[in-house]
Ligand binder design. Structure first.
Ligand code: MG
Ligand code: ZN
Length: 217
């Protein structure tokens, strides 16, 4: 029982800091997305493709969350957008406080879109509000079609599902219709995109949708 109480306190404090972040984003007119998935689903590749589509049309910055290394931040920095790396040193999710600290390295004024790439993990990032407008969950076809049933909290708390690596469907044990159906069973309000960072399929549709959400088009 004590564990539950402590966890609740931690989450309550996190929610307060997330609310501070949210108010800060609102004051600056910055639309913020929290990109979540299991490791290896292609979040960073998807982000690269998205930056290629949008970086000359709106002002974008990125916060990269990783357990170790700044490898993903280096990939993103090649697109000439401001990027801050958070290394959690083993921590398996980002928290509102970590994002708040990272924000001191970014200029929010005039920033249209902030992308927070969370640590690859389908469990606890579902419970940690960072102050984002929406969570976007990426599920790749290589993970199979049962992920929404196994990790329902993440799919319930997300507003968007991006089914990535659709070019691999012929080679993996994943039924796209089944994956979509499983996700919508958990959360009927999900907006769903299907993408491939290899063929480019669906990248424009997803990027255009995201651009519209920022209201800066
Ligand atoms: Mg990554
Ligand atoms: Zn965690």
């Amino acid at each position: 029982m004590a564990v539950v109480t402590i966890e609740r306190k931690v989450l309550q404090k996190n929610d307060e800091l997330a609310q501070e972040n949210r108010e800060l984003f609102a004051r600056n007119g910055t639309y913020v997305i929290n990109l979540v998935s299991s490791p290896g689903s292609g979040k960073t590749s998807l982000l690269e493709k998205t930056l290629a589509q949008l970086k000359d049309r709106i002002k974008i910055a990125v916060v990269e969350g990783d357990v170790q290394t700044d490898l993903d931040a280096q990939r993103v920095a090649k697109f000439d957008v401001p990027v801050v790396q958070i290394v959690t040193n083993g921590g398996c999710h980002l928290e509102a406080k970590l994002v708040q600290d990272a924000l001191s390295n970014l200029r929010l004024e005039g920033l249209d879109l902030l992308v927070i790439e969370n640590v690859g993990n389908l469990v606890c990032p579902a419970g940690y509000d960072l102050g984002e407008a929406i969570k976007i969950v990426v599920a790749s076809t290589t993970e199979g079609d049962d992920k929404p049933l196994k990790y329902p909290a993440m799919f319930r708390n997300a507003s968007v599902l991006i089914i990535n690596k659709i070019d691999l469907v012929p080679y993996v044990n994943c039924n796209l219709a089944e994956l979509r159906e499983n996700a919508l069973q958990i959360n009927p309000h999900l907006t769903v995109f299907e993408t491939s960072c290899t063929t480019g399929a669906g990248i424009k549709e997803w990027s255009d949708w995201l651009l519209a959400q920022t209201g800066k088009h």
